[in-house]
Design a protein around this ligand. Structure first.
Ligand code: ADP
Ligand code: ASP
Ligand code: MG
Length: 453
């Protein structure tokens, strides 16, 4: 059995939904199909909630537009005999959404819980519509089987519990199951949560892993995983094959094509992923598997996280280096912060790493707490940060066999006047990462792409 996931653009318009219908109905059941909210809707739901919280009455007009958009799609793609029941269910859901907005407007308050509730309507609505559109299908409620637990300020999937609930839900499936992506519930309180922006990919991966699917297909709006973000690099080309590790590294370093946590559960079960284009379904796409193929490209791609800070800890003795490094890294991990590009030159008394902007505040408080004794007792012990940076990553399992590549890229950037703030070939040697000023990122990506592809 296959698990398919269609992203926002794939379910964004009447035309794209027709493609989805043709693709899914060409597959013999059983099959599981995860869908995102209609393209752009999640952003819209959030913006509308903020308007209501700010007391801006314009939220009502936006709510009207959200309703009309869904009814328009229904009138175009759902068979006439199925429309009355669907319209009645969708109307109820939209009234519920409106009540949420009215509450936010009245109280001028938007709690995380209310916002989680509001954004969940996107996938709840799209999945109802897609289920009515697809022949021989049934709607399955992911709020019942995707369970999260809170972890610091985030909600993360309880993968074990979720896996057993999914197994139950889809055991003996005979038709085409339609599942809303992204949304979940807290395992203790039952309140609505989600898997994070872009999380529908992760829903599909959790389902693929728990049901032991033959493959996970991520249907999106490009022909596959490309050598770089095609919006920045017009010459980017599709990569026919990459490994789980390569795709994980590229996505961790900002390639938006797959939500990073998606890869772990399927990697663990060795379930291949295919990236395919809803708008060009016959294109071969990208296959992601465990092993490196004989004729694989040595470098698979480049990506960047725009918006990062460089942290440097200094003022310790050379023999303390290892301990300082492990305390810094462990304290960050305990607080859910990812430290990129961990670099410490042998014998040097400075330890540096990079943190994405979203996690900077947590990183600062974590380090100040962890090193409070040193900061108090030693005059020269310092934790410094430099902002407005970006990390560019160059990824490929065969990078190891090209030891001069990093230096070549670095020299090209330097010659172009781009300051390299930090540089690392990483522990895995699958990735070279380079830190630079944020305003130079696109230029650096173009230059690097020009050298590599
Ligand atoms: P979906 O709505 O289907 O989940 P996303 O917008 O999340 O789609 O992801 C697909 C987009 O990711 C593409 O339209 C493309 O602009 C962007 N992207 C960024 N980096 C890459 C890359 N290396 N290869 C392909 N697409 C990329
Ligand atoms: N609709 C959600 C988002 O826009 C989840 C997803 O599309 O994967 O983030
Ligand atoms: Mg996505």
């Amino acid at each position: 059995m296959k698990v398919l996931k269609f992203g926002g653009t794939s379910v964004g318009t009447v035309e794209s939904l027709r493609n989805v219908k043709a693709i899914v109905e060409a597959i013999e059941p059983p099959v599981i199909v995860t869908v995102s909210a209609l393209g752009g809707l999640t952003d819209n739901l959030i913006a509308t909630a903020r308007m209501a919280a700010d007391g801006d009455e314009g939220y009502r007009e936006r709510m009207e537009a959200i309703s009309s958009r869904h009814f328009h799609v229904i009138s175009e793609i759902v068979a006439e005999e199925k429309r009355p029941e669907l319209i009645s269910n969708v109307s109820k859901m939209l009234s519920d959404l409106k009540r949420n907005y009215d509450g936010v407007f009245l109280l001028r308050n938007l709690s995380t819980q209310t916002l989680d509730n509001i954004v969940s309507f996107g996938e709840r609505l799209s999945s109802m519509i897609v289920a009515a559109m697809i022949e021989n299908s049934s709607l399955h409620d992911s709020l019942k089987f995707i369970k999260t637990e809170s972890w610091f300020s985030k909600n993360i999937a309880d993968q074990k519990l979720t896996a057993s609930l999914i197994e139950n839900e889809f055991h003996g499936l005979e038709d085409r199951a339609i599942v809303p992506g992204f949304i979940s519930t807290d395992k203790k309180t039952g309140r609505i949560t989600n898997l994070g922006r872009g999380g529908s990919d992760f829903t599909a991966a959790l389902i693929a892993a728990a049901t032991g699917a033959d493959s996970l297909e991520i249907w999106t709006d490009v022909d596959g995983f490309m050598t770089a973000d095609p919006r920045i690099i017009g010459e980017a080309t599709v990569v026919p094959h990459m490994t789980f590790i390569e795709s994980m590294e590229l996505c961790l370093y900002g390639a938006k094509v797959i939500y990073p946590p998606t890869i772990y559960p399927v990697f663990h079960k060795n379930i291949p992923i295919r990236i395919l284009n809803t708008f060009n379904p016959t294109a071969p796409g990208t296959l992601i598997t465990e092993s490196v193929e004989q004729d694989d490209m040595p470098i698979k791609g480049i990506s960047a996280i725009k918006g990062a800070s460089l942290f440097s800890i200094s003022g310790f003795k050379a023999n303390e280096g290892k301990k300082i490094k492990s305390r810094a890294i462990n304290s960050m991990a305990r607080n859910g912060v990812t430290a990129f590009l961990v670099a410490q030159a042998e014998g040097e008394c400075v330890f540096s790493f990079v943190v994405a902007d979203a996690e900077k505040t947590t990183a600062c408080t974590t380090l100040e707490t962890e090193f409070a004794p040193e900061l108090l007792a030693r005059d020269n012990f310092r934790i410094m940060t430099e902002d407005n940076l970006a990390i560019m990553a160059i990824v490929g399992e065969k990078i190891k066999s090209n030891p001069r590549l990093g230096a070549r890229i670095r020299n090209t950037l330097l010659r172009d006047g781009i300051t390299v703030k930090a540089y690392s070939e990483g522990g895995s040697r699958t990735t070279i990462s380079i830190v630079m000023p944020i305003d130079k990122t696109d230029r650096a990506l173009r230059l690097t792409h020009g050298i590599l592809f």
